[in-house]
Design a protein around this ligand. Structure first.
Ligand code: FAD
Length: 398
């Protein structure tokens, strides 16, 4: 069987790309290859479930454009397919004086990104939204919402099949070879051929990209994010979503409280180096993957730059008391006993050779392969827009 396009990776980005291709040309033969026995098993299925508004991202960046456009596409998709979601809004709170300039920058950025009805909040107004939250000043972002991205991905897969797209589970891509006219893709089970390959392999996107290209100058560094859950009887402490002011030097948003679309309230995720790309537990170690991360020149520079932040994150990972203390800055009433261990997710964060944690989404094109090399948060919110962009690039080649 020969395909027009093979997509590696059945996460939200790969599935959305497949959908967008078929929306534009229903006659295309599209195959998604996923190594697990279900879709959305990795980043997509273990994230915070927040529909991001686009507030944080540099105006004009791929993150800003795709998040704002993707937000609209996602909500339309959820409405059309009756996936439960809620636009409950969120607050971002500054708990220290030194965070106030960054809070104002975020407010301005949100306005530049076209968000309507953002509101700066005083300490009293913060309490009108979240009665148990302490903050000097805050921002209310009405657009932010919650959804279960696992359900979103499952629905993408269902619609894809209705449009005659194929998904093959349990097929790990091992080898890709670009020939004169076609690309062959080898899994542990079969060999396929296609006019084009699109790499949406998330935590392994750099490895898949390197199968066909010598021009990939990034390595995926896996950062585990651990969550606690509020005990049921303490869920009243959080109405919706409460975020801190993020550290502008770090690509993560900081530990936050999130009311989940599937019920319950989570606190997290922190960001610790994962010793295995799919290492969801502290004890998960893959020596060869860890060795590769440590040997990457860019990672050594990141470690030198951020060692203090990194150590703090590790300390909070091992000490529940320290994790709780960090949360108490925003929610003084929360106690260590109110928190029970939740799950974890691992973020695929591209790191360049020079020690930059790549901030924006990154798509690298070769003649018959398109690599989505960096699709961290808010890529779940942005998935249909990233898919639209990649489908546009693909159709020029088909
Ligand atoms: C802790 C955490 C919290 C987050 N919170 C949010 C949030 O609230 N809102 C938001 O918008 N975004 C959030 N994100 C980001 C978002 O989840 C990801 O950006 C998004 O899911 C990326 O989707 P993906 O399809 O690229 O990757 P993935 O979901 O990881 O999918 C990649 C797929 O490729 C498969 N694969 C890998 N190698 C191979 C191979 N060799 N052969 C076949 N298949 C392969 C994997 O098995 C996997 O299923 C969060 C991420 C994490 C980890």
């Amino acid at each position: 069987m020969q395909y027009d396009s093979i997509i590696v990776g059945g996460g939200v980005v790969g599935l959305a790309t497949a959908l967008q291709l078929l929306d534009r040309n229903p006659n295309l033969k599209i195959l998604v290859l996923e190594k697990e026995n279900e879709v959305a098993k990795h980043q997509t299925g273990n994230n915070s479930g927040v529909i991001h508004s686009g507030l944080y991202y540099k105006p004009g960046s791929l993150k800003a454009k795709n998040c704002i456009h993707g937000y609209k596409l996602l909500i339309d998709f959820c409405r059309k397919h009756e996936i439960p979601f809620e636009l409950c809004g969120k607050i971002i709170v500054a708990t220290e004086e030194r965070e106030l300039p960054m809070l104002k920058t975020l407010y301005t950025r949100g306005q530049e990104n076209g968000l309507q009805n953002l509101k700066m909040l005083t300490a009293e107004e913060i309490k009108e939204h979240e009665p148990y939250t302490r903050g000097l000043e805050g921002i209310f972002v009405p657009q932010t919402g919650i959804v279960d991205f696992r359900l979103v991905a499952q629905k993408y897969a269902e619609v894809l099949k209705q449009k005659q797209g194929e998904i093959r589970l349990g097929e790990k891509v091992l080898k890709i070879q670009v020939n004169h006219q076609l690309v062959t893709v080898e899994t542990q089970k079969q060999t396929y051929s296609s006019k084009l390959v699109i790499n949406c392999a998330g935590l392994y996107s750099d490895k898949i990209a390197r199968l066909t290209s010598n021009n990939i100058n990034v390595k995926i560094v896996p950062f585990r994010g651990e969550y606690y859950k509020l005990r049921k009887e303490k869920e009243y402490l959080v109405r919706n979503l409460i975020y801190p002011v993020p550290d502008p030097n770090f690509p993560f948003l900081g530990v936050h409280f999130t009311r989940m679309a599937r019920g319950g309230v989570e606190a997290g995720p922190n960001a610790v180096l994962a010793f295995s790309r799919e290492g969801y537990k502290k004890s998960d170690i893959n020596l060869s993957e860890l060795g590769e991360t440590l040997a990457w020149p860019g990672f050594q520079k990141v470690a030198a730059k951020y060692w203090r932040t990194g150590l703090g994150e590790m300390y909070r990972s091992f000490s529940k008391a320290a994790f709780t203390k960090a949360l108490q800055k925003m929610l003084p009433d929360v106690k260590e006993d109110d928190l029970v261990e939740g799950g974890a997710g691992v973020r695929a964060q591209a790191c360049d050779r020079n020690g930059g944690l790549v901030d924006d989404f990154m798509i690298v094109e070769e003649s018959k392969v398109i690599n989505v090399c960096n699709a961290p948060s808010p890529a779940a919110t942005s998935s249909l827009s990233i898919g639209e962009t990649v489908a546009g690039l693909a159709l020029k080649r088909l």
